[in-house]
Ligand binder design. Sequence first.
Ligand SMILES: [Zn+2]
Length: 236
Amino acid sequence: MPAFSQDFLKRRNADSKLSPSLHLTNATKITFLPMWMRDSYIRASKAPQDDNHKDFFYELILMMKNLDAPRHSDEFWMRKSLHLAKKAAEQDEVPVGAILVVDNHIISKSFNKKEQWRTPIGHAEVICVHRASQKLDRWRLSDATLYVTLEPCVMCAGMLVQSRIGRLVYGTKDPKGGGIHSLYQLSEDSRLNHRFEVTSGVLAEECGKILSDFFKQRRKRPMENDTDRVTKKKPT
Ligand SMILES: [Zn+2]
């Protein structure tokens, strides 16, 4: 690894704190790469020291590396969401996992925490989107894709409309509560001020199986072990 000028390192650190939405797409990089190379080379050749030359070549290597970075498939991200759903099951939460991705980078992830946080809004999607907004310091997420193992409920589908989400990818359908296809079609309702692209059925079988296994297991459990039912008991 060559030594870089302090200026360059400072600039690099500042860049990494930028919103991931500012990361360029490959098409943009290819279009602007020749212009960028010309400008950088002019700057570097005018510089009195060697540092700028090193910076120029290092930046070039970074950019080329980025160009080669694979764009991950929907299955790739869903596999990660599924892993989070498994974590939820281990913590006795309904196994639903979600990941929010902007330009091939994970911005936030979560799983269902309704029981732990004792709140009806503790769905994986709500937590995930909230965390992403905090991290990006904005509520508009039109450049983001949310990957979630289960079809979002009406609350989460409404929240996705509010967040101006760019795209939703989900695993299995929820015939009893789905707000995207099963019961309501909130992503394509022309009465609302935002509509978004949806891809469904990604790893649907695995996403569905983890849920059915969880509920099968839960039904076997004696009633007194069910915290939810215990807390609902009225004091005598
Ligand atoms: Zn929900």
